[in-house]
Design a protein around this ligand. Structure first.
Ligand SMILES: [Fe+2]
Length: 505
């Protein structure tokens, strides 16, 4: 692949959250070019008359950056919540041609609420200042921009006292300050030279940050390990054919689990100007790769194809590895079918792979077949056995993803947050009204907590009556009871991707 097309593919780098899709720069021929490469058996065309659901309704991009202080609160904010709740997503700025846009290429916008001493001190929403965003806002970009520059739109994490906006497939992270202003691209203390990911795994016991990264021109993917100094300490190159997209992976105490999904880079589509030049590849086998965290031989396990989207958690169980995750049925169309976003052929579910290393066998188990996504745990247990998991479901999201028949899979279960008890195989469902658009639930342990679920679940939930969004704070042990607090934001937070609670330093 030549340099110019490679840059076109990667400059926007965007590949995102719920489903993940790689990105390229905009181009008017994109939709037609991508469509031309698809097999003829796929469902054709949206049924909603050419609307662009990923730019409308709950997805409508914010048009202004707001700052509000001393927010109104219903209920009482726990005083031990001292930090920032941050969540990001694509928020297209200055779109010239909405029909030549893909949701996942939207410029990243972070929405944050500062909590301290039982008060909601402020709310801010800020675009990540890539060079392109700075130019659109008529601001000066400090210094020279990285070669693969993009306003990271997929995840935002706290790492060693820094706030990092993340993207996969090319761009470096961007570092933000405590007021959500962009500081600079971040390269892990001058150690990361290229592609990172949006879905890292931080192992608190080892004080290591792990990532699996990909790039369209690589004949491998890379497992990266940042050590306790915050520097890239190890890189393991894992040969993989066809340049697949790898939105997420799994990590246990012993192993890295690579999920090789048959959604692969399509050079022909890229050269034709496709926005998201990744296609479902029926010739690419779906596999799980298991490698020791310290590197070495990768054992591959063939499995039935699904669109793997997100890991809930993974852990070792004797000579077995357990991976819990969300997925959608195969095939999955990252480039979409004309809706301006990805197209799924079924709703996302919560599932489990059990990898038996002795018998060389993988068992796939459906844990919950109701539509849900954005799985999170108490992250103190990342890489170790967990009992509880939290997910979200927003009707607007699944409507936009549009299943094959165009119907929302289950109207009784589309606006809610869910708490799963893996030990008892039960769930609690906290429902919200139509239009609520609940975002990813982030678990925050209570100060001094001993029990895994002793803490809070935070989520942005739209209030249709108010026409604006609340930060909802639930007691995780009283998941369906009264919310502890609803912090009333001054505007609406569009449906987006991932976020974190970042404790005050
Ligand atoms: Fe994601």
């Amino acid at each position: 692949m030549k340099g110019q097309s490679r840059r076109r593919v990667l400059q926007a780098g965007a590949f995102a959250a719920v489903s993940g899709a790689a990105a390229g720069m905009t181009g008017g021929r994109a939709t037609a070019a991508a469509s031309a490469t698809r097999p003829t058996s796929i469902p054709s065309a949206r049924k909603s008359g050419g609307a662009l659901p990923f730019l409308e309704g709950a997805f409508t991009p914010a048009t202004k950056e707001l700052t509000a202080f001393d927010l109104d609160v219903t209920g009482k904010i726990p005083r031990d919540l001292d930090g920032r709740y941050l969540r990001t997503g694509p928020n297209a700025l200055g779109l010239e041609d909405p029909r030549a846009h893909h949701w996942m290429l939207g410029d990243g916008m972070v929405h944050g609420v500062r909590l301290r001493a039982g008060r909601a001190e402020w709310y801010r929403n800020r675009w990540v200042r890539s060079s392109q965003v700075a130019e659109k806002l008529r601001e000066t970009y400090p210094g020279s921009a990285p070669a693969d520059d993009f306003a990271c739109n997929t995840h935002i994490i706290g790492y060693k006292g820094r706030i990092l906006a993340l993207q996969e497939g090319g761009p470096l992270p961007y570092e933000l300050d405590g007021n959500l202003s962009t500081l600079r691209p971040y390269d892990f203390r001058s150690t990361l030279k290229s592609s990172f990911t949006a879905h890292t795994k931080y192992d608190p016991a080892a004080d290591e940050l792990h990532a699996v990264t990909y790039y369209p021109t690589w004949d491998h993917v890379r497992h990266l390990v940042m050590d306790h100094t915050g520097r890239l300490a190890r890189t393991h190159r894992i040969p993989v054919a066809d340049a697949p997209m790898m939105h997420d992976f799994a990590l246990t105490g012993k192993y890295v689990v690579i999920v090789d999904v048959p959604l692969t880079f399509d050079e022909q589509a890229a050269q034709a100007g496709a926005l998201v030049p990744y296609e479902w590849n029926h010739h690419h086998p779906m596999r799980l790769g298991v490698m020791p965290r310290t590197g070495g031989t990768v054992r591959w396990f063939a499995i039935d194809p699904v669109y793997f989207s997100h890991t809930l958690n993974a852990y070792d169980d004797g000579n077995r590895i357990v991976v819990e995750y969300t997925s959608m049925p195969a095939p999955f169309y990252a480039a979409g079918l004309g809706s301006g976003g990805p197209t799924a052929t079924g709703a996302p579910t919560l599932d489990r792979w059990t990898i038996d290393l002795t018998r060389s066998h993988v068992t796939a188990t459906r844990l919950d077949d109701l539509p849900q996504e954005f799985p999170r745990i108490n992250e103190h247990l990342t890489t170790r056995r967990h009992r509880y998991g939290y997910t979200a479901s927003a009707a607007e999201m699944w409507r936009a993803y549009e299943t094959v028949d165009g119907q929302i899979p289950d109207t009784k279960f589309t606006n809610c947050l869910v708490k799963h008890d893996m030990l008892r195989s039960t769930r609690q469902v906290r429902r919200f009204p139509a239009g609520a658009g609940a975002s990813e639930p982030v678990f925050v342990p209570r100060r001094g907590a001993r029990d895994e679920d002793d803490g809070y679940v935070l989520s942005y939930v739209n209030d249709p009556d108010r026409g604006a969004t609340d930060l909802v704070i639930l007691a995780a042990q009283d998941f369906t009871g009264h919310a502890l607090a609803r912090v009333h934001l001054p505007g609406r937070v569009p449906l987006g991707f991932h976020g974190s609670w970042v404790h005050d330093a």
